[in-house]
Design a protein around this ligand. Structure first.
Ligand code: ADP
Length: 586
């Protein structure tokens, strides 16, 4: 403790001992982290209030500047303005500097306001995302004069909560917009009784910080809780911000539709449709960029970013910028610093399950979050979402493909996809016209895991729907949809175990020439290599003998090539059937 501060404390010791109620002050000091519960316990055992005050001051004299500042802040909060005034003169200098700076550095004022309101601290390993943080702050500034809603939306694990907590960690913002305080309430998935309990505890918290002597009985119903909260926010906490973390359901939101200032985090973008007032939103869709990802790994492993092993970059790439996943891997590496290669391999082989088992609950949380997101879809849309299980990783598709798969009008499909996007169950690349939709790797993993037993039939459905729609021959337009079918039809057939159909497709001259014209021979050859094994060994031999010819232009006649195979081979038999077919149909 600085000398001036110490002397000040000693000078006013008597006054302080007379007036303060130590138990209230100590609550603040504990939440500021400058005092332990044990220390508090010891002080509480003193017989009288005055003895307790004396003990508290004694303890304070042994502590550092931060403790002094926290003590000062708690005096202010407990409305001992005159006492605080006495101490103000001799506040340690860091306080004054911090107080003056309007930067986002966590001044003790900011820290106090945030810990008072239950805003979570930064995670131990933390990287800044200035652009997003600023976007959230910008929206919050809209709430300066009038009440309203700011929605921060994005998929599970995209860092919404961390980002939100960071955005309000700003002196200027609190002072300008929310001098009444910032109150954080973790919501998550809950039913009505749970919601009532949450609201009761919020009311309790708010009333308690005012004056614990006039605590009223807890509200008995949601309506009553809503009214109590409305009163508290309007009368006792004007210009304060309520943060509702992880909202699932608009009924929850309606309970907070009380004309105050609210920031909510959610996976479901459209939740605020059902409430009134001004609305603003920030999407957390972009992942971390590569350097930020590396920074996280470096922090976990206590290395310099440029000193990380070469696998680091690939790991970050495999994590697709998901802060949650990078952090999970980082945490694993911290305990097992020799396993860069191993974890990279696991990621590449998409063996998330292994990692999932050996790691924290976060992964389960992600799974549960996904499951719950899907759960809240209307039944018929849930079925449609399940169909997305068959997509290949990292492949983006236009709505038209799904319009074939679902046998729905493209417009209708777009509406459904938008719903998925709004719930963070799907991503959209809107830079591209037509829009392309895709799933996050983890979402696909999850879907595959969930529908493990139905993969074959799901892929079959794709093939059947395609066949139904393109009875008269493959699409040739060369648009995104056409490209999808040309590229992935064989994949779906293979996964559906429709080897017979795959065989005829790959021997169909129509198909082969369409595919080679639209995509070039490389993709075609790739199909033969990839699926040759499903067909048979002779087919592979056929390929190894003739593969080079598939690169030729004009494209060779595959049937002709196959006819030059040994007559007892399956390849020959198939080719002969095709040739006969061709002559009979002209
Ligand atoms: P959401 O609220 O979107 O589900 P969180 O904000 O809870 O996501 O973040 C999930 C996890 O990702 C955190 O527990 C943390 O490990 C990691 N994380 C998120 N943001 C950051 C960040 N800026 N720096 C470091 N790690 C982060």
């Amino acid at each position: 403790l600085e000398e001036r501060a110490r002397s000040c404390l000693l000078r006013f010791r008597h006054r302080l001992e007379q007036d303060i109620k130590p138990s209230y002050l100590m609550d603040h000091m504990i939440s500021d982290g400058v005092m332990t519960v044990d220390e508090e316990e010891k002080i509480r055992t003193k017989p009288t209030r005055k003895d307790q005050s004396a003990a508290l001051l004694e303890l304070l004299l042994m502590k550092d500047n931060r403790a002094y500042i926290s003590f000062y802040n708690s005096l202010i909060k407990e409305s001992y303005d005159d006492l605080a005034h006495l101490l103000r003169e001799d506040l340690p200098s860091i306080f004054c500097e911090a107080h003056k700076s309007s930067s986002d550095s966590a001044t003790s004022y900011v820290q106090t306001v945030l810990s008072e309101g239950g805003v979570p601290q930064r995670p131990v390993v933390f990287v800044s995302r200035p652009e997003l943080v600023n976007r959230v702050r910008e929206k919050l500034y809209w709430l300066q004069k009038d009440p309203g809603w700011v929605t921060v939306f994005g998929m599970a694990g995209s860092g919404k909560s961390v980002l939100t907590a960071e955005a309000v960690r700003h002196h200027g913002l609190i002072e300008d917009c929310f001098p009444g305080g910032i109150h954080w309430l973790a919501i998550g998935q809950l039913d009505k009784p749970d919601l009532l309990v949450k609201m009761q505890s919020l009311c309790f918290r708010l009333e308690q910080s005012l004056d614990s002597q006039t605590l009223s009985r807890p509200p008995n119903s949601l309506d009553e809780a809503k009214e109590r909260l409305r009163f508290l926010m309007l009368r006792r906490y004007p210009r304060s911000l309520l943060i509702l973390d992880d909202i699932w359901d608009s009924t929850v939101l309606k309970a907070f539709d009380i004309h105050c200032r609210i920031l909510l985090t959610t996976r479901n973008r459209s939740l605020t449709d059902s409430v009134s007032g001004a609305k603003y939103e920030v999407g957390v869709q972009s992942g971390l960029d590569e350097n930020k990802g590396l920074e996280i790994l470096a922090l976990y492993t206590k290395m310099k970013p440029h000193g990380l092993p070469e696998e680091a970059r690939s790991i970050v790439r495999e994590c697709k910028g998901s802060p949650l996943v990078v952090s999970l891997i980082g945490a694993l590496l911290k305990d097992n610093p020799n396993r860069w290669c191993y974890y990279l391999r696991q990621l590449q082989q998409k063996q998330f399950k292994r990692i999932r088992k050996s790691s924290s609950y976060d992964y389960d949380a992600l799974d549960q979050a996904m499951a719950a997101s899907i759960e809240v879809l209307p039944d018929e849309h849930r079925e449609l979402y399940k169909d997305l299980t068959v997509l290949e990783k990292d492949i983006k598709i236009p709505a038209k493909v799904l319009s074939v798969l679902w046998d729905l009008e493209p417009e209708e499909v777009e509406d459904i996809l938008q719903e998925f996007v709004d719930k963070s169950l799907l991503f959209v690349d809107s830079h591209h016209k037509p829009y392309l939709y895709y799933l996050h790797d983890l979402q696909l993993d999850f879907l595959v895991e969930q529908n493990r037993t139905q993969l074959e039939s799901l892929h079959s459905k794709v093939v059947r729907q395609y066949q139904q729609h393109y009875r008269d021959g493959p699409p040739t337009s060369g648009d995104e949809e056409c490209l999808y079918w040309i590229r992935f039809l064989t994949y779906h057939m293979a996964k559906a175990n429709l080897s017979q159909e795959l065989y005829s497709l790959m021997f169909s001259l129509d198909w082969v020439s369409t595919k080679s014209q639209i995509m070039g021979p490389a993709h075609l050859i790739n199909d033969y290599v990839e699926y040759g094994s499903i067909l048979d060994k002779e087919f592979q031999e056929f390929l190894s003998q003739n593969g080079h010819q598939l690169e030729e232009r004009p494209f060779p006649d595959v049937v002709q090539l196959a006819l030059s195979q040994p007559h007892n081979s399956e390849v020959y038999r198939q080719a002969r059937l095709q040739a006969q077919d061709r002559t009979s149909t002209g």
